[in-house]
Design a protein around this ligand. Structure first.
Ligand SMILES: *Cc1c(COP(=O)(O)O)cnc(C)c1O
Length: 372
């Protein structure tokens, strides 16, 4: 079976991990966490970087650091991971959703303004699959209405928008270092920002809101969302390979694109948009409406041929957990609904070989041949 993702750990990972083990620094203390934070802050061009346990934790902290609460609303795309929504819902703030754009598969930024009300406190653009969200209109709206931007750049580490790094745009930006991200620490995440007070709040929230003066007396509730030295050691080694990882992702994506271009029955991931070329975090495709199968059926046919594929996200407005809470009643977002039913992505890990890629492409072609 060709896995949907296999990470590539072929740099200094072992050397740095050995340093942790030999020095005994395995908790979040020790040099690696700060070294990794500094490396990322410099690369993205931010003043502060705060390493955390995972990308979902980064979003939780971002929402709490902005002090969102029940009087507030936050605009997010409906087609995203649950972490974006849960971070907001847990603060008591209300979610306002927007649909996806069929051209970029990202949030449709032309729908944001209509979702802004007097209660809107933040917009959360989420760069998905390999193309960034069109940030200029998001930033312009945020400025015009005095709204914060929480940028979810988990899938876009090393991608740029008009030449500027993803993760450099949000008042607060979040990365994930889950095993399938461009930098993989197994589990891990990071918060980036420029504002000193916001950074101080985020650092405190990461560490149970311990106070330096009286450690076990707490004014606020935080989390233990610290990153360990072991994760940061792997992260630093992965960071040293980031440019190579990105080049490899682009190469894999372009190769899929070449091999599948023109095949009937498929809409392939957009190659580029006016402000960026696809970085192909994963290689996605959408099944034509003319095919009598949906993404789930396609995935099981591919699995029978030894190829694992993953579905796209299931929209937030169709999540049972939110419908049970009475949220999003009767709301519809047709582009996201179609993407979630007809979209899937092919094996896209950094360790994927050309032979595996050829096998995945053959499996897709054979599957389509059954119907066309
Ligand atoms: C991976 C991911 C996250 C969550 O990161 P975890 O480290 O898995 O918690 C958040 N947002 C997006 C867009 C992601 O792809």
């Amino acid at each position: 079976m060709i896995p949907v993702n296999e990470p590539l750990l072929d740099g200094n990972e072992k050397i740095y991990l050995n340093e942790c083990i030999e020095s005994g620094w395995i908790s979040s203390d020790g040099a690696f966490v700060e070294r990794f934070e500094r490396a990322m802050a410099n690369y993205v061009g931010r003043k502060h970087a705060i390493a955390v346990a995972n990308g979902s934790a980064a979003l939780d902290i971002a929402a709490a650091a902005l002090q969102l609460g029940p009087d507030d609303e936050v605009i997010i795309p409906t087609h995203t991971i649950i972490s974006c929504a849960s971070a907001i819902v847990r603060t008591g703030a209300r979610l306002r959703l927007v649909d996806s754009s069929p051209d970029t598969w990202n949030m449709d930024v032309t729908q944001i303004e209509a979702a802004i009300t007097s209660r809107t406190r933040a917009i959360m653009p989420v760069h998905t699959f390999g193309l960034p969200v069109d940030m200029a209109p998001v930033l312009a709206l945020a400025k015009k209405h005095g709204i914060a931007v929480i940028e979810d750049a988990a899938q876009a580490i090393g991608q740029t928008y008009d030449g500027r790094q993803c993760g450099s745009f949000g008042d607060i930006s979040c990365f994930s270092f889950y095993a399938n991200k461009h930098i993989a620490t197994g589990e891990g995440g990071m918060i980036l920002c420029d504002d000193d007070a916001l950074a101080a709040r985020a650092r405190s929230l990461r560490n149970l809101c311990f106070k330096p003066e009286r450690r076990f007396v707490h004014e606020e509730l935080g989390w233990n969302y610290r990153m360990s030295s072991l994760q940061a050691a792997v992260g630093l080694a992965q960071f040293e390979k980031l440019d190579a990882h990105i080049a490899r992702k682009r190469q894999l994506g372009q190769r899929y694109e070449t091999l599948l271009r023109g095949v009937r029955g498929l809409e392939l991931a957009p190659v580029a948009c006016p402000y960026a070329d696809n970085i192909y975090w994963v290689f996605g495709l959408i099944l034509d409406d003319s095919l009598p199968i949906d993404a789930d059926q396609a995935r099981s046919m591919l699995a029978d041929a030894g190829v694992s594929a993953r579905p796209f996200f299931w929209p937030m407005h169709e999540q049972p957990v939110f419908l049970k809470q009475g949220l999003f009643d009767g709301e519809h977002y047709p582009v996201a609904e179609r993407m979630s039913r007809r979209g899937l992505y092919l094996p896209s890990g950094l360790a994927l070989t050309e032979a595996q890629q050829d096998k995945a492409v053959a499996a897709v072609r054979n599957m389509l041949a059954t119907f066309l």
